[in-house]
Design a protein around this ligand. Structure first.
Ligand SMILES: NC(=O)c1ccc[n+]([C@@H]2O[C@H](COP(=O)([O-])OP(=O)(O)OC[C@H]3O[C@@H](n4cnc5c(N)ncnc54)[C@H](OP(=O)(O)O)[C@@H]3O)[C@@H](O)[C@H]2O)c1
Length: 372
């Protein structure tokens, strides 16, 4: 009955903005109170087809969905716009939800209501989807209880919203490819990315040195300072590395055995140049959309190895059962201020401006995190 009333209100009013004008939040909540087994309607970023995210996404209202006995209905608090979210909408990501789909893959929310069989959650708990799952760019998400992980409410929402995709990737890549010890070194490009910022800090916590490559851009001196505050031993712009012997730039740091590449093209070659004999470069992103070129001699005389990392694949392996402990560890670091990275909270009403920033239309910008 109550559900019917909600749907009727929405249909009568047509657009969601008109609906919000005529039926202020308090009245909508009154109606919800009668609708124990249904979620509230959800305002969502939906795409009906793949294509450029700024033209195929629209903000729209979705009808209430049933909350089954094992389900938890979560009111989303915040969710980031990650490069992989953009790739999913573009239709170029290997795993993507069927369209029409709601954007987003990770985020944080507060438990709104639960099905009768749910015992381990209470309204007001903060939860993150774990493993992450599609559809976080909306105000209410309903999913089975085992898909939610309860977290400490003392965590700043922007960190709670972003802790899985990038920080967890940084942690896994640092630990899974090589047994690095204190005093060893890593090298990476894309050091201004969230993954890059996390790699620097997680390496420092382990006593591992980091050599970092950033793009040439206005304000690169300030960026260097920020990364050095995070613990970066060396930060170079790409143009500073246009020389034959890049290793001559390393004063007290040993040649790195492990490198990370999220850019491709020339910045990937720069990572390879730093690697020591028998070193490994792990590619986890391709921001420049350019291929990696490696010389024949790098294989023959340096015996370099090229590997890849994909969190989504790692999550579906046996190791993923430890994932939530790792998330709690990372959230703890964030709360203690030992893991920080640049983000900008953007109100949901400004979603398309935030999306433009995430698409790089305004040059380099901090990670955009939507606040619902
Ligand atoms: N394989 C995996 O499982 C996995 C997991 C997490 C992330 N990733 C990938 O890791 C990469 C970084 O993700 P993130 O969320 O940490 O990034 P982010 O915080 O959104 O930052 C984007 C980064 O990309 C750089 N960038 C943007 N456009 C570029 C271009 N045309 N050429 C060179 N660099 C460019 C930016 O440099 P400026 O600061 O100079 O603008 C910045 O360092 C992405 O490719 C993402 O898909 C992969």
């Amino acid at each position: 009955m109550a559900t019917l009333r909600l749907v009727t209100l929405r249909l009568l009013n047509g657009s969601s903005s008109l609906s919000r004008c005529l039926f202020p939040r308090t009245q909508i909540f009154t109606v919800r109170a009668f609708s124990a087994a249904m979620s509230p309607p959800s305002t969502a970023v939906v795409y009906d087809q793949h294509g450029p995210p700024d033209s195929v996404t629209r903000v729209t209202e979705l009808p209430p969905v049933e909350i089954k006995e094992n389900d938890v209905c979560v009111r989303m608090l915040a969710a980031p716009i990650n490069p992989s979210d953009i790739n999913r909408i573009e239709g170029v990501y290997p795993v993507r939800p069927p369209v029409p789909a709601v954007g987003g893959y990770e985020g944080v929310g507060v438990v709104h209501s639960m099905g009768a069989a749910v015992k381990n959650f209470s309204p007001g708990d903060w939860v993150i989807p774990s493993p992450p799952s599609s559809g976080t760019w909306q105000t209410y998400v309903v999913n089975e209880q085992n898909m939610w992980h309860k977290i400490d409410k003392g965590t700043p929402i922007e960190y709670a919203a972003t802790i899985t995709v990038n920080p967890l990737s940084a942690l896994r890549m640092l630990e899974d490819f090589m047994d690095l010890k204190a005093g060893d070194a890593i090298v990476q490009n894309g050091a201004t990315s969230i993954v890059g910022q996390c790699l620097i800090q997680l390496a420092r916590i382990r006593g591992i040195h980091s050599i970092n490559i950033i793009r040439d851009r206005a304000g690169s001196d300030e960026i260097k300072e920020t990364l050095q505050k995070f613990g970066a031993d060396e930060v170079f712009t790409e143009s500073q590395l246009e020389l034959k012997n890049v290793k001559g730039l390393l004063a007290k740091i040993p040649e790195p055995a492990l490198g990370f590449n999220c850019v491709g093209g020339n910045p990937a070659s720069l990572v390879l140049k730093f690697l020591r004999q028998g070193g490994t470069m792990v590619t986890y992103g391709g921001m420049s959309k350019k291929p990696i070129t490696i010389s024949t001699s790098s294989f023959i005389f340096k015996d370099l190895s090229l590997r890849g990392f994909w969190l989504q694949k790692w999550m579906s392996s046996d190791k993923a059962i430890q994932c939530r402990n790792m998330i709690d560890y990372l959230l703890g670091l964030a709360r203690e201020g030992k893991l920080t990275y640049a983000m900008e909270l953007a109100p949901f009403s400004d979603f398309h401006s935030a999306l433009d920033k995430a698409l790089g239309k305004q040059g380099s910008q901090p990670k955009q995190v939507i606040k619902f």
